[in-house]
Design a protein. Structure first.
Lengths: 324, 135
């Protein structure tokens, strides 16, 4: 691709299916380039047709393998599938090693599949900073499904629930007891529960723990109209994927046709607006505070002022309306 | 905010020796780069498709099997066919000196052999990306 090609021309090529153009737009979105903002706005306006699926779960639960098998099954139905795979950045060097492609190797030689790896780069919540812009690129370019695979999350990284139409939470057998299953947090955000690695003998226990958690929810008056199904899968023998695709179809239909779905669409929009505003504020704050930081933190470290006073001093005199 | 340097590390063909490529991945990560590792036994076509989708600054192929004179021409042709002209192509591994010269003449930007210290790898990538400029 020619150097420094304008983002507007990349949009035309991306919409025509040019992988290199789609990829370059994602890089510019990730860099936060001002030049590409009108182009991203065009894509946002065209997006909104794809079924956006978030897949989350603890590290090693089998997310990448599930994405790989699920994508192959969706492809046999002729659908185009885009994948955003998020891996963590080093808190020390800022670098990363992104290895999700290793488990998605069967998906590479297929023009109906696009895979992009993204590093979190300080973003919290399990997604990368420009994950949702990358989803827009794929959505606008006509992919039927866009799957966002989060980093391996702990118990509280639930941001994906505010960005996807359908959230799949993957649980693997052998990690924790039935009390883990009734704790607050990640399990609550599932539209579909997948229990992976069901070729293993202890998988039934995990399935029944999850099911009894969901039954308990009903007993205490959870009146949500969608009841999250528990789907046992195995990428070794292919078990459960037909049921998973059926559940995805059913949930996609529920989201398109119900008031719950309309509310989710508005919540997703609201989340993106707030998130973008927060990013802008943080960027302006980081730029503006530069001179003041060292002096104030020295006073704070010497315990001459309190953290609250230090924060107030830092914020005083910063114009957050300025251009970043 | 600018992006980290993005590098795709690939192993191509019948070559199961991945200790070296993993060490390189770790060095580049610790130098603040984003590294996409494809795993073993990829074909040149798969590597090109992955590098394009990942929009990496550097496509680096590790070869210890002796197949470099077959693999690199295919990768160069694949990038050309997809209209990619601003990706830096590098090779690493064990190769005879005359092949290194031939590969560079073919369009491989740099070949770093098995005795290259980690700092040299990092410096080389940083220099090649800086020379290429913004894109």
């Amino acid at each position: 691709m020619a150097k420094q090609i304008p983002s507007d021309s990349l949009v035309v090529r991306a919409l025509a299916g040019d992988n290199a153009a789609m990829a370059r737009l994602m890089s510019r979105a990730e860099a936060g380039s001002a030049e590409c903002r009108p182009a991203l706005a065009q894509l946002y306006a065209k997006a909104g047709r794809a079924h956006v699926i978030g897949i989350t779960g603890v590290p090693g639960s089998g997310k990448s393998t599930l994405v790989s098998t699920l994508t192959l099954k969706l492809r046999t139905g002729g659908k185009r599938v885009g994948i955003i795979a998020v891996d963590p950045s080093s808190p020390y060097s800022g670098g990363s090693i992104m290895g999700d492609r290793i488990r998605m190797s069967e998906l590479v030689n297929d023009e109906g599949i696009f895979i992009r790896s993204m590093a979190t780069r300080g973003a919290q919540g399990g997604m990368a900073r420009a994950s949702l812009e990358a989803v827009d690129v794929l959505d606008a370019a006509g992919f039927d499904y866009v799957i966002v695979e989060t980093v391996g999350v702990g118990q509280a990284e639930v941001e994906i629930a505010r960005a996807a139409q359908t959230v799949i939470v993957v649980s693997a057998p052998g990690l924790g007891d039935d009390i883990q299953a009734i704790k607050a947090g990640i399990l609550e955000i599932a539209d579909i529960h997948v229990v992976s690695k069901c070729d293993r003998s202890d998988a039934n226990r995990t399935v029944s723990d999850l099911k009894s958690m969901l039954t308990m929810g009903m007993a205490v008056g959870d009146d949500r109209l969608w009841r999250a199904p528990v789907v046992p899968t195995s990428s070794v023998n292919g078990q459960g994927f037909e049921q998973l695709i059926e559940c995805l179809g059913r949930h996609g239909h529920f989201m398109r046709s119900s008031e719950t779905g309309q509310i989710r669409v508005r919540k997703i929009a609201e989340f993106r607006m707030l998130k973008t505003a927060e990013d802008l504020l943080r960027q302006r704050f980081t730029n503006a505070r530069r001179g003041a930081l060292a002096a104030v933190s020295e006073q704070l470290a010497g315990r001459r002022i309190s953290p609250y006073q230090a924060a107030e001093q830092l914020l005083d005199g910063i114009n957050l309306k300025g251009t970043p | 905010m600018s992006n980290n340097i993005r590098v795709l590390l690939a192993k191509v063909g019948l070559d199961g020796h991945d200790r070296g490529v993993k060490i390189v991945a770790r060095c580049l990560r610790d130098a603040g780069m984003d590294v996409v590792y494809t795993g073993l036994h990829r074909s040149p076509e798969e590597v090109v498709a992955a590098a394009v989708q990942e929009d990496v600054d550097v496509l680096a192929v590790s070869i210890l099997s002796g197949a470099h004179m077959t693999v690199f021409p295919k990768i160069i042709a694949g990038l050309k066919a997809r209209g990619v002209d601003d990706m830096i192509l590098m090779g690493g591994g064990v190769m005879p000196d005359e092949d290194v010269a031939a590969l560079k003449a073919m369009g491989v930007h740099e070949i770093l052999l098995q005795d290259t210290p980690p700092n040299k790898i990092i410096e080389t990538i940083e220099r090649l990306v800086a020379d290429r400029g913004e894109r």
